[in-house]
Design a protein around this ligand. Structure first.
Ligand SMILES: Nc1ncnc2c1ncn2[C@@H]1O[C@H](COP(=O)(O)OP(=O)(O)OP(=O)(O)O)[C@@H](O)[C@H]1O
Ligand SMILES: [Mg+2]
Length: 261
């Protein structure tokens, strides 16, 4: 009896992610990560302080917190676009601190798709050329690249007719769908999105959230920063960041997510 109760204690006393990760592999492990900027005059600014977090496969995690409190810094470190001042990041069990720049690019290319608030598309290239960028590194023939590009664009809620347009001939919501297509075209396990709906109206935000939700159902792991509580309610776990530290987490009530109705 005592043992059973003890087991229950551990079960209910564990963090949310421990419960979620019980039967799944950890895809992202952030271990004691700090990021310190030297800001002149011998002063330092701690954008992140000893942040540790795990993200398991097939999770849909939202990160919230006030402006300037470290969300983008954390996303860039998880996405291997930036390095921590101390601590480490494991992606699918691989300690990224031990990789050289080429190995980091390869890992990023295979495992991670990134979506930014400002879309980050290249206007002198067509929609097709923007989306296929992650495939170029893999040396696929053009016909295969076009096939995968069309599939990704349609999955992201876009249309084939956009392929030969330039990004600046599309609306903001359409550009974000192109950016999502670029993030998923290489079939990465992890999708990182930093305020993907930050510049979008409600209708476009809805399309983006429906795409993420669909991708999550298909097995993708999603980590998304958002300022919008309605958007966060469509995730499966919300993590709060304040002053460069994790200040709390909760599991949202899925019935409160209006974007997926
Ligand atoms: N290169 C840098 N040098 C010095 N300080 C920086 C640098 N980059 C970011 N910071 C500081 O680190 C803090 C965290 O920035 P970050 O961009 O992660 O915030 P955020 O939570 O994403 O904010 P927002 O919600 O406005 O996007 C900020 O106070 C910012 O001023
Ligand atoms: Mg930010």
């Amino acid at each position: 009896m005592g043992e059973v109760l003890g087991g229950c204690d551990i079960f209910f006393g564990g963090s949310i992610v421990e419960l979620i990760c019980m039967e799944r592999k950890k895809l992202i492990e952030v271990i004691n990560v700090s990021k310190v900027y030297r800001i002149g005059g011998g002063n330092e600014f701690w954008a992140l302080r000893n942040v540790s977090l795990d993200v398991c496969e097939r999770e849909f995690l939202a990160i919230m917190g006030p402006s300037g409190h470290g969300k983008t810094t954390l996303m860039n470190i998880i996405g291997l676009l930036d390095k921590p001042s101390s601590g480490k990041v494991l992606i699918d069990g691989v300690d990224t601190a031990k990789l050289n720049d080429d190995q980091l690019s390869q890992l990023r290319n295979r495992k991670i798709g990134f979506v930014f608030q400002q879309y980050n598309l290249i206007n002198r290239m067509s929609v097709l050329e923007n989306i296929e960028v992650p495939l170029l590194l893999r040396g696929l023939p053009r016909s295969e690249r076009v096939k995968l590009t069309v599939r990704a664009l349609e999955m992201a809620g876009g249309e084939k007719s956009w392929l030969y347009k330039k990004p600046n001939q599309l609306s903001g919501g359409q550009q974000q769908r192109v950016a999502i297509a670029r993030a998923i075209v290489g079939d990465p396990e992890i999708i990182l999105a930093d305020e993907p709906t930050g510049n979008l109206d409600t209708a476009s935000s809805k399309i983006v959230m429906q795409t993420f939700s669909k991708l999550n159902v298909l097995g993708k792991t999603i980590v998304m920063v958002t300022h919008n509580p309605e958007v966060a309610l469509c995730s499966k776990r919300i993590l709060y960041i304040r002053d460069g530290r994790i200040s709390g987490e909760e599991v949202p009530d899925p019935t409160k997510c209006s974007f997926l109705k």
